[in-house]
Design a protein around this ligand. Structure first.
Ligand code: GRF
Length: 198
C-alpha cells in the first residue's frame, strides 16, 4: 500500500477518479493527505466528504513562505507520504519538496508535452493555444515533476485528435475523459513499482 498525497486546486475530477480506483481495490494505495491552496475548491470539499485529511497552504494561512514550505514538508513527512500526485495543482512546488520527493511526484497535463506546457499554460489556456495553433492533435501527458513547470521526465502520453469545428471547450472535454483513464493507470503502475528509470 503506497501512501499518497493529492495536490489539487480545482474541481478535483482526476483526484476523484484515483480515489474511486483505490476504493475499488484496483490501486494498492491509500490517500493520506489532500493538499490545496484553495479551501473552497471541489477537491477539498470531496476530501472532507470522504473524511480524508487535508492541508491548506496559502498566503492567508501562512503569510511567510518559508514557514509555509517548511510546514507543508513536515505534514507530508508526518503522514509518511511516499508518492505525490498533482491533479490540477496551480502552484509551483517548493524546492525542498521536489528534492525530498525526487522521482516520486507525478503531474498530469492536458496536452502533449513538451508542446503547450510551461508557465502560463494551465486550464483552458492550454486548449485555446492548441486550437489557435491549428494543431492536428493534442492529448494527455503524465510526467515526473521537477522545479520547472511541466518539465520532468514523461511517463505516459495519449493522443487526442483535434476535430474540425473543435473549440477549446469541446477539446477540453474529450481530453479530460482521457485524463480520467490514463492518470489512475499510471498511479497504479507506480504503486505496483512498475515505473522504473535508469
Ligand atoms: C486537468 O485538466 C489536468 O490535466 C490539469 O488540471 C486539470 C485538473 O482538472 N493539470 P480536475 O481538477 O482534475 O478536474
Amino acid at each position: 500500500m503506497k501512501k499518497i498525497a493529492i495536490f489539487a486546486s480545482g474541481d478535483g475530477s482526476n483526484f476523484r477518479k484515483i480515489y474511486n480506483q483505490i476504493q475499488k481495490g484496483d490501486i494498492p494505495a491509500k490517500i493520506v493527505l489532500v493538499v490545496s491552496n484553495n479551501p473552497r475548491c471541489g477537491a477539498i470539499i470531496f476530501a472532507c466528504e470522504q473524511g480524508l485529511e487535508n492541508f491548506i497552504v496559502n498566503h492567508t494561512r501562512f503569510p511567510n513562505s518559508d514557514t509555509r514550505d517548511k510546514l507543508l514538508l513536515q505534514a507530508l513527512l508526518k503522514a509518511k507520504v511516499e508518492l505525490i500526485c498533482l491533479a490540477g495543482y496551480m502552484k509551483l512546488l517548493p524546492g525542498g519538496i521536489v528534492k525530498e520527493y525526487q522521482n516520486r511526484i507525478l503531474n498530469i497535463h492536458p496536452a502533449l508535452l513538451p508542446q503547450f506546457g510551461g508557465k502560463g499554460f494551465y486550464g483552458m489556456k492550454v486548449h485555446e493555444a492548441v486550437i489557435e495553433a491549428g494543431a492536428a492533435e493534442s492529448g494527455v501527458t503524465v510526467h515526473l515533476v521537477d522545479e520547472e513547470y511541466d518539465h520532468g521526465k514523461i511517463i505516459a502520453q495519449k493522443k487526442v485528435k483535434v476535430r474540425s469545428g473543435d473549440t477549446a471547450k469541446t477539446l477540453a472535454k474529450r481530453i479530460l475523459k482521457v485524463e480520467h483513464d490514463l492518470y489512475p493507470k499510471v498511479v497504479k503502475a507506480f504503486c505496483k513499482d512498475r515505473v522504473v528509470w535508469e
